[in-house]
Design a protein around this ligand. Sequence first.
Ligand SMILES: NC(=O)c1ccc[n+]([C@@H]2O[C@H](COP(=O)([O-])OP(=O)(O)OC[C@H]3O[C@@H](n4cnc5c(N)ncnc54)[C@H](O)[C@@H]3O)[C@@H](O)[C@H]2O)c1
Ligand SMILES: [Zn+2]
Length: 352
Amino acid sequence: MCLMKTLHVQASRPYDIVIGQGLLSGTGAMARTVNTGNRVLLVSDSHVAPLYAEQVLDSFRKAGYSASLFTFQAGEERKRLATVQEIYARLAAENLTRGDLLAALGGGVTGDLTGFAAATWLRGVDFIQLPTSLLAQVDSSVGGKTGVDIPEGKNLVGAFWQPRLVVADINTLSTLPPAFLADGMAEVIKAACIQDAAFFSDLENSDALSSLNAADTVRRAVDIKRRVVEADERESGLRKLLNFGHTLGHALEKHYNYQYSHGRAVGIGMMLVTQAAERAGLTPAGTADRIGSLLTKYGLPTHDPVPPEQYLANAALDKKRSAAGLDLVLLRDIGRAFVHPLPISQLDSFFL
Ligand SMILES: NC(=O)c1ccc[n+]([C@@H]2O[C@H](COP(=O)([O-])OP(=O)(O)OC[C@H]3O[C@@H](n4cnc5c(N)ncnc54)[C@H](O)[C@@H]3O)[C@@H](O)[C@H]2O)c1
Ligand SMILES: [Zn+2]
């Protein structure tokens, strides 16, 4: 029995997000509802491909596609142009034409890489996302941001390119290492913080990742991202709210030269910015404590041994800063976020 929920994203090119258990074997048939091509290249990494690629390839073949697999070594280090070039070489060898399809099976690295290849191959071909990490299911597979890292920085090269379909099979989370589950939970907690107080309470009062609740957790978190990106596809305003916890989170990640988990950094970033906002009287007292309890509950730290004064200056280099300063995201309350412009000159006094 496969229960599924479908969310519809009203983007420049609208698409569905299908969430449920045991969906991967139906991928080909679902792809057929959005694409009429002959060929599909399935892209996956060396951890995920051995677990799930065969059933996805099978389903594509049953739906009449000529399907093949491109696998790369798992890890952020491979999210770069060299890997995209290897994908182009395969697309050329297999003569993948304008009406054909790419499919990303894996975490955010696979999705970002594949989406970027799809955005640029023949100036844009269809692609679908089959996210298998919690982070990819609730965050990176939705919204249309694709791209790669270059030595000068993470995600500096990319394109907005919407998927034609997202299929999140919750069963794949059973093989995801616990550290990556916790990583994804940071984005789930962030989503609740910025938009949905009732969801936040449910995260407090039940086990969001139990087999009973996981699909619902993914659905609610992704629905928050859906609403935000629908309202602001290209990040001019509302989409900034998704950066809650990310300004200091990125600064901390940079301090560790990106050898630090993104989810853990975002959790610490949410704590620091909320504590500072409480001191400034902008957020009700006790809010950071509630966020901290939730982080602890889902296996995430609330602080790092390195104090913020050692990495705060990195925030001034944030690629999302404007000339005037930083657009910090703060909480008016749990479930209600707002943008608080902060001149760089006030960075120290606000946080320290
Ligand atoms: N495009 C966006 O909007 C957006 C948003 C947030 C993050 N990102 C990007 O996402 C990336 C991080 O995503 P991630 O944490 O999913 O990284 P990832 O793709 O490296 O996956 C994490 C690890 O889990 C493994 N894995 C994934 N699914 C698995 C499964 N079901 N079973 C076993 N192992 C599995 C992967 O092989 C990898 O080792 C970063 O590159 C980040 O920049 C993009
Ligand atoms: Zn994030």
